[in-house]
Write a protein that binds this ligand. Structure first.
Ligand code: PLP
Length: 397
């Protein structure tokens, strides 16, 4: 007799009857903003774009926002504005989306991969310190899944070595470290508004900073090398066009109004889920530093401790999915094991053992599930608990 849905018994949650919230969330606000800008005929630059930049910067406590086409472009703008290029190294985590290291390569500089802290899944400042060389110009930590990095440690490390501190904040819209918004703590921070992100216009990005001259240089790179207040046909640097459209800004302004409430809801649900999953011996949850005063959840993540379950993670993921909880293993390998980085000799540096561990053990649950009711979180926890109690069936698969 089998008990798990994977073997034919009824699932914890019947998703045909009780679907999870879908993403993106949008409605009349997005529609009317979009139509207003559409009807105005001002589809590029213009008030809507300026307002969005100001509103988003204010939401994260930054003085300046420079919008752009996507998060990768925002990271590249940051590096260009800081004059990082050939011969320079930038320290990045090995557990992140390709864009973090890819932006460094696009500027002709070299990404140097450092390991993560298994308590937070974020770049470990001690390992980052060990990988600093005479060529290092910047640190680029990622607030992974939305959990802020130890920004006190990174600020101290950057200052003591004369390095720039660029935040990849592409998971951390709304997150705060000691009350200050992420992306506005380092020298600058990059955000993405791509479709899967917690605020979206399909595509889009922004770079935030408190440094006006850095903002002006980033703006110039995204605007064909112009000076912000200079003549339209006067160009000062090798640059490109990375502008966001007014139509995207219209959608983003409506999305931004939803973001605070959604962030709080996800956080409330995630804390409830934590309180239930911390009782399951085979699950290790990340540790939240008390200096994290608000956190975004781009992902709800935990580590699957295979030894406790006596079955591989793939069997657990299959069982959880069958119980009606969509989930994934996340990145299969550290970034440096991708052909792109292998070919540039990233394998020279010591391996990142914690990153390799997380690639084998991580379980990802998408942020949209956390927008459901607190009672729906019980379905997730009940499913995990059910699989735990019947874990002997996993190895039979
Ligand atoms: C999504 C993402 C980016 C890049 O964003 P795009 O808008 O897709 O270019 C950068 N870093 C991280 C960690 C991301 O998840």
């Amino acid at each position: 007799m089998s008990s798990l849905a994977m073997s034919g018994s009824s699932p914890t949650r019947n998703v045909a009857e009780k679907p999870w919230p879908s993403w993106p969330v949008f409605g009349d606000e997005e529609r009317s903003n979009l139509l207003r800008v559409f009807d105005s005929g001002v589809w590029f630059r213009g008030d809507e774009l300026t307002r969005f930049e100001q509103e988003y910067a204010a939401f994260q406590d930054a003085r300046f926002g420079v919008s752009c086409t996507n998060g990768t472009a925002a990271l590249e703008m940051a590096l260009r504005a800081l004059d990082i290029g050939p011969g320079h190294e930038v320290i990045v985590p090995a557990y992140t989306f390709v864009a973090t290291a890819g932006a460094v390569l696009l500027c002709g500089a070299r990404p140097v991969f450092a390991d993560l802290d298994l308590n937070t899944y974020n770049l470990d400042p001690v390992d980052a310190r060990n990988r600093i060389t005479a060529n290092t110009r910047a640190l680029m930590p990622v607030h992974f899944a939305g959990l802020p990095c130890d920004m006190d440690a990174f600020r101290e490390l950057a200052d003591s070595h004369g390095l720039a501190l660029i935040e990849d904040a592409c998971h951390s819209w709304g997150s705060r470290w000691k009350g200050k918004g992420t992306g506005a703590i380092g020298d600058c921070g990059a955000f993405s508004f791509q479709m899967s992100k917690n605020i979206t216009a399909g595509e889009g990005g922004i770079l935030l900073t408190d440094d006006e001259s850095l903002a002006d240089r980033a703006w110039s790179y995204a605007n064909c090398g112009r000076n912000r207040n200079g003549p339209w046909y006067e160009h000062h640097r090798v640059a490109t066009n990375l502008r966001l459209t007014g139509l995207q800004a219209a959608i983003l302004r409506a999305q931004l109004k939803r973001l605070g409430g959604q962030t709080d809801r996800r956080e409330r649900n995630a804390r409830y889920l934590d309180s239930r999953l911390e009782r399951v011996p085979g699950i290790a949850l990340p540790v939240r530093d008390e200096r994290v005063t608000r956190r975004s959840y781009h992902l709800y993540m935990f580590r699957y401790l295979e030894g406790e379950w006596g079955a591989p993670r793939s069997a657990f993921l299959k069982a959880l999915e069958a119980e009606g909880v969509p989930c994934s293993p996340g990145y299969p390998v550290p970034l440096y094991d991708n052909p792109l980085f292998e070919s540039m000799g990233a394998g020279d540096s010591p391996a990142c053992l914690n990153t390799e561990d997380l690639c084998r053990t991580a379980v990802w649950i998408q942020h949209a599930l956390l927008l459901a009711e607190t009672a729906d979180m019980d379905d997730i926890a009940d499913a995990v608990q059910k699989i735990w109690e019947n874990r002997s069936e996993l190895s039979a698969e």
